[in-house]
Every structure is written in structure tokens, then in C-alpha cells.
Design a protein around this ligand. Sequence first.
Ligand code: PLP
Length: 465
Amino acid sequence: MNWDEYAHWGKHIADWGADYHKSLRDRPVRAQTAQGEVAAKLPLSPPDGPEMMDAILADFESIVMPGITHWQHPRFFAYFPANAAPPSMLAEMLVTTIAAQCMLWQTSPAATEVEGVMVDWLRQALDLPAKYTGVIQDSASSATLSAVLTMRERATGYSGNRQGLSGKGHLRIYCSDQVHSSIDRACWVAGIGQDNLVKIATHGPRFGMDVAALKTAIADDRAAGHTPAGIIAITGGTGIGACDTLGPILQVAAAEDLYTHLDAAWAGSAMICPEFREDFWAGVEGYDSIVFNPHKWLGAQFDCSVQFLKDAAPQLNTLKIEPEYLKTTGAAVTNYSEWTIPLGRRFRALKIWFLIRSYGLDGLRSRIRNHVLWAAEVCEEIRALAGFEIVTEPILSLFSFRCPGSDEDQQRLVDALNNDGRIYLTQGTFGGRKIIRFSVGQFDTTREDVMMARHVIEEVWGQMG
Ligand SMILES: *Cc1c(COP(=O)(O)O)cnc(C)c1O
């Protein structure tokens, strides 16, 4: 393909993209595809000769598109959102076009320097103290793994990387029973082990970690000869939005000299609104590591996960490696690949720059405020449906409910709704029972979209009989 053809198809795809987004409300949210259907339409072997772009795009439309679940659909209420505001998509087009690999400062100085400034813009937007620096990672899972590895190295006097963990006893990490599975997996692959991830019971209206139980667990572990290494707190758990009380946990960590990581992957975006901070963010200043995903609620196209660090040194001591072929000469510069596990890195900061400039923080705040408001409104409407029960009250824009009947009936309703296609919801569990989660946060959703969900639920439930 030559560059004139590239320009031709690039314009074509930009037009296609605008039409796609404008027509989203007419499409079923979740793909209505049977397993194997897409693969069966693809040739079993690659072509030896070249094919024309119009044929490739025609197949994209007929084979791929029917098998896509539309995450940018305004009636996507499943999981958490993965928003892609149009300016952030344009930034991604530029990043894809430049195709720079931004592992070191010198491999694209602008990428490193824009990243540093964007991390600081977001630090200010989230009202974190000026001492925090940070790095943009691909996912909260990677940021959490970086933090868990740092806990491990710090607790072993930075000897784990060299000597391995054999003979070092049991390193222990503490979190609530509401954390995301990425925390379990970080402990698996960091060599901590699932059995050494101590899950503390939660209580209270926001399902926060029982701090007295946390203290007891740490004391018991020390008495048993184990080595406490860190605490992972959560603001906005995936299941029901659980939030730890951040200050008291930090006090325990300080008294016990433990490294702290806060997972605010979803709810962190809402902290750009000052009115939510007193309830959800009080005590945040002081956490060693904090992760939030602008690619969830804020509007930066996936992938974009910011890890703030109170002091970058412990993580750099854990992850930095400098073989000869990566050495650069001249003044000391920031090489962000030394802050993370992967070496190669995309220019992720550009979409944050485009996003924040296009809407201003106020534009982003008003969306999040509306989502919280509409979630509360539709929650009341679902509560009023005969026999329906709100299981967990809204935390920011997430709540959960049950229809009348058994756990199987909850799943039947979720499946029926998603086969209907007008809205998309997913299930979870809480207190041993199956629940239906309702999460508002798609960038273009309107009050009408959210309130329509109540009618769809009532109608589909009625048809189930
Ligand atoms: C989504 C989510 C994660 C995982 O995020 P990835 O970026 O997909 O790894 C972790 N924790 C919480 C609370 C989340 O909502």
C-alpha cells in the first residue's frame, strides 16, 4: 500500500467511524453471535497473494462487525465502562500513525515529557499532593503487580530479585474481601501465593475493610513468624463498588511499616469532582501507590492506567534494569520503562492531553455527575418494580438488584436482557447470592438511555413468565 492509498482509506475509515458511532443506538449492545460463528467465516489458511483493501474492509463489515459487543453504546450498563471520547480516539490515530516505541526518553522525548506533565495534570485533577509522580501503564493489573513486587522487594531488603524467595518465609499482603481478581493474580505471579493474601471481612454501608480485624491479622501473622509486606486498599470495588476507609488503614500501615497500594481503577475518575472526595478520597494522601484507569470512566481510549507514586524509588529499585543496549548518554533523564514490567511502551499520554483540552475538567465532571444522578434515579425506579429488590445501594454510579425468584432466575433475566439487545447488564455475587449489576458511565449516555433500562427490564421480565 502506498501513502496515497493510505490517505484514501484513512478518510474512508474516519467517515465510517462517525457513522458507526451515530448509529450505535440501533444496534444490539452485546454481540448476538454464536460461538465459532466468526471463525467459521475466515479462511483456514493465509493468502499467498495480495488482496485489495476494499475486499478486506467488506469482510470486516460482514464478518467482524456482527461479532462485536459495542462498548461505546450509550446503553452499555455492564461491567464498568471503557470510554473512548472522540478526541482521545483522534489522538490514538496520531499515535498509531507515528508508531513510536517510547521505552526511553531518547526514543521519543516528547512522549516522556508529555506523559510527565499529564500525570501531573491528573494528580492535580484528583487533588493528590504535589510530591506524587507517576507513570502510565497498560492496565490496573500491571500497576498492581508493580506495587505487589515492590512490597515483596521492600519486605525482603530488595533481595528477592537476586536470590529468589526460597527460605524467606511467608510474605503476607492484606486486603478486603471485595478486591478485584487482579490483586489475587498479582500475588500469584509475584511469588507471594494466594494463601498469603489475607482477605479481611468488610462492614458498614460502603463495605470497607474491618480495620480492627486487619490489626489482629497482622499481629497474628507476626506472632506466627510471618512477614507482613503490604496493604492493598480499594476505592470502588468491581462487584458492588466497595470502598475502604482510607485514613485508618494508612495509620495501621504506618505503625507496621507496610507499603500501601490503593486500587481506584474505576472510581478514581470520579475524584475529579470535589464533592465526592470527602466521602471517597479522605485519607488518600500518603498511599505509596495509587492506580486509576482514565480508560474506564474518564474517557481516554483503552488502554490508559495511571499509577501515582508517593516516592518512585522503591518501585524503581524493584523494576529498573539497565543492560548495555538500553544505556543512554548525557544528563539523567526519565526512562519510564524502568518504572514498569514491560520494556516497550505506547505513547499513551497524548490521548489524555487531547481529552482534557477538548472538554476541560468541567466537561468531564458534568458527565460523571450526571451518571451518578441518573444511577440513583433508575435505582429508585427498579426498586419500585413489583417484587424487585435493591441489594446494594448506589455507590457513585453502581448499584445491584435482584428480580423475584432464585439465583437461576437472576441469570435467566440477565441472559434474556442481553439477548433482547437494547441494554447490556452483567451479573455478580454478593453475600452468597447472585445479583444483577447496574453501572452507569458510558460517555454519550443520556438520562433517556438510562431510564429506558427500567422499561426494558420490566418488559423482558414480564415476557419471561
Ligand atoms: C477494572 C478494574 C481492575 C482491572 O483493571 P485492568 O486495567 O483491566 O487491569 C482492577 N480493579 C478494579 C477496582 C477495577 O474496576
